[in-house]
Design a protein around this ligand. Sequence first.
Ligand code: S3P
Length: 432
Amino acid sequence: MANTSFLPLKKPIQGELNIPGDKSISHRAIMLGSLAKGKTVIKNFLDGEDCLHTIDIFRKMGVSIEQSGTDVLITSKGAHSLQEPTVPLYFGNSGTTARLMLGILSALPFYSVIYGDPFLTIRPMNRVVNPLREMGAKIDGRENGEYLPLSIRGTSLKGIRYELPVKSAQVKSAILLAGIFTDGETTIIEKAKTRDHTENMLRAFGADISIEGLTVKVTNKNELSPVNITVPGDISSAAFFLVAGAIVPNSRLTLKNVGLNKTRSGIIDVLESMGANIAISNKKEIGGELLGDITITYNQLNGTIIEKNLIPRLIDEIPVIALLATQAEGTTIIKDAEELRVKETDRIKAVMDVLRTLGANIEEKPDGLIIHGKTPLKGGKIKSYSDHRIAMMGVIASLISENNVILDETASIGISYPNFFQDLNRIKREKK
Ligand code: S3P
């Protein structure tokens, strides 16, 4: 892996960016578009590596998917026409593909083998495998199905009532996707509301789904019918530039068409509670998802507490929020976030290591981090842990560092934000 050195910026960032499509929604659009009979058109699809794996595996099951940049056309004869893949299905780094596809593949009448890269291979799958087995799924693999590679013998499933032990949209979605093929009703009860894109999209595709508070129900009553989807900008990608605008003195940035779904917008609540100057305009709803433009203007920030039900609403943004906290006066406490330990890498450990190396005053806790600000970052040599969000956090940190930040790799950024450096360079160059 090649080291890359990032110079401190020492001037404000300015301008407007169109944020690339939401990763979670892009995956789901490919999945539901492939299961629905007819043509599904997707606009502003995220052409990052994770979502390209999702396209590739449906092609391997016989679905016609034409992709040209962020435009996708899916032509499918419906779920029942999907063919047994003759090769193992490769998911790369994508936990969302792995978990959601387990739900779908368990219900389709054929045999499949799934595997991923070394990072995905050590992530827990039993959180999905256990409820699917309760539905009748036949899944096997190392340590009784805990880790990829897994093999799935698709079969007919029965509905269940399942109280989610983890706050995970991937687990909820796997069960819902299995549920649309299942005899009887499937009921899921969440502990806290997690991202609801699967529910929104299932409803848009005509599935029989109902939601009441923390309870979601689906049946196989309705066939899915295609709809056109415009994917909102990914707030998890916007987060890097929101934080850049908030910590680089005298900056002002507008991020356009960003998804503002309540189950994802926790970072906006955090910025507001820290005293950031943030404004939202041009709000609209497309396909059951809220979006709008976010403008952030630099000003002084204070520490805050991030805990409980706020955590699922910003889980992927915590690395960059930790960076933000290093530039706020006082203490920021992040707790109830033990799920970070089983992400693309152990993100509590990775954030702690990176920010401490750069000069932050940060403590690691079993379920989170405590950050004492405001501390100047001095720069230094850091590891991304091959995690896209840690790498992007490191690059954003370089903007305010006294000396260069040297990263061991940046290729992982292509997983979720292929145009990250073009966008960054644009706002660095923009004049007042
Ligand atoms: C995702 C859910 C979250 C999130 C991940 C994407 C999804 O994972 O961290 O990046 O698309 O459903 P968990 O379900 O494990 O919390």
